[in-house]
Structures are given as C-alpha cells and as structure tokens.
Design a protein around this ligand. Structure first.
Ligand code: BEZ
Length: 213
C-alpha cells in the first residue's frame, strides 16, 4: 500500500455499492468527489453522519460534488442499516455506500489504522478534484463525528483557490476576504483583483473574494 498524499492521483477501483457496481473514476466523471469511511454499520455516530450527508445533498450538488461512503461491512448490512438511518435521521440516504468486506478499497486508501483499530476503518475523508487528484485528506477517530459544514467550507475554498490566485485565511467562509498568493506581484494585482486590495504587510495582502468566472 502506497502512502497517499495531497496532489497524488486518487487510486481507482471497482466496488459494489448500495447503488450498484461503480468504477470510481468513471462514477466521479468530470466533477469533484468525496470518499469517506466510517468504522461500521449499525453504530450510533455513523448513523448521524450518514443521515447528515443525505440532508446535505443539495449543498454537494450545488458544488458539483459526488459523495461515496465506505465501511468494511457487506451490502446486505448496508441496506438494512440504511432503513435505520432513514427512520432515525428523518431522511433518505441518497448516495452510494461501498461494501468493502474484503478491505480492498480501505487498504488502497489506508483507511485502517491498526493502532487505533485493527479491524475497522477510521473516519477518513478524501476530497478529489476533477483531475482525479487528491486535494484534501482528513482523518478523525471513531469517537468523533465529522463536521460536514467544515467539509462544505473546505470545498468552497478548494474550488475558489483552484481557479483564482488567492488562498483563504483562518476561519474563512464563503464571501469573506481572501489572501492574495505570494507569487502574485504588486504589478499584477490591479488587473487580477479589480475589486481592490489592502496591503497589511508586503507578504499579507487581502482582497474581497473574487468571482468565479
Ligand atoms: C459510532 O459510529 O458510533 C462508533 C463506531 C465505532 C466506535 C465508536 C463509535
């Protein structure tokens, strides 16, 4: 198993999911993707996480992001558990859950951390860009459910900074001022950032969030 790092090509795979067999890269198509693992079906925190993801479908769609979940349980287990998620979280699961009983995908993406748990996947998150490269990796322990508002925030930053010469500062949210990247010279600023800019220090130059063309 290779170590996966930001900028690496996301490993492709074929897997059985609750929405049929997928070839991961074909399934992603031209858009963005999130692949996230959860420790096991029929567990409480995971139940709330998957229900939350289902409710965020419109937010992911708006951003052209497809989401796939994964655990090392089989399809029958996933289907039974989906009924519970729908019932208890008052939603309808609307994304594929990968059945990774043979751990093929978990191992490809290093989602089992033996010193945390030798059998179950941790809460991994991989965000993948339209070029199929890995843009973000976060790992949470089983005991901590993820903050999906944060993942939406990160997607907004990744999508903005992929196309504009800005970076996003601490706690940035959609619509707030951005940092002009250091490689932009002062001579280029007026043309690149017509909304204006403020030089706080020569290395700290802020601009209103640029529009995505
Ligand atoms: C949960 O999803 O609730 C969970 C799973 C494994 C360990 C602890 C909590």
């Amino acid at each position: 198993m290779a170590i996966l790092r930001l900028g690496d090509e996301s490993p492709n795979f074929i897997a059985q999911t609750t929405e049929g067999e997928i070839d991961f890269h074909n399934w992603l198509g031209e858009g963005w993707g999130i692949l996230f693992s959860h420790p096991a079906d029929y567990t409480p925190v995971c139940t709330t996480e998957l229900g939350t993801v289902a409710k965020y479908k419109d937010e992911f769609n708006k951003r052209n992001v497809k989401v796939a979940a994964l655990s090392v349980d089989d399809l029958e287990s996933h289907h039974g558990w989906i009924n519970d998620i729908n019932e208890t979280q008052n939603t309808t699961v609307n994304f594929p859950i990968i059945a990774d009983k043979d751990r093929k995908v978990s191992e490809l993406y290093d989602m089992i951390h033996p010193n945390a748990d030798s059998q179950l996947t941790v809460r991994s998150v991989f965000i993948i860009g339209p070029d199929k490269k890995i843009k973000l990796i976060i790992t949470y322990p089983a005991s901590t459910g993820r903050n999906f508002d944060e993942l939406i925030r990160v997607i907004d930053s990744l999508q903005l900074t992929a196309y504009q010469k800005v970076a996003t500062p601490a706690n940035w949210k959609q619509g707030e001022d951005c940092v002009i990247v250091p490689s932009v010279t002062n001579e280029e600023i007026a043309k690149l950032f017509p909304k204006g800019h403020q030089e706080i220090k020569p290395y700290l130059r802020m601009t209103p969030q640029p529009d995505l063309n």
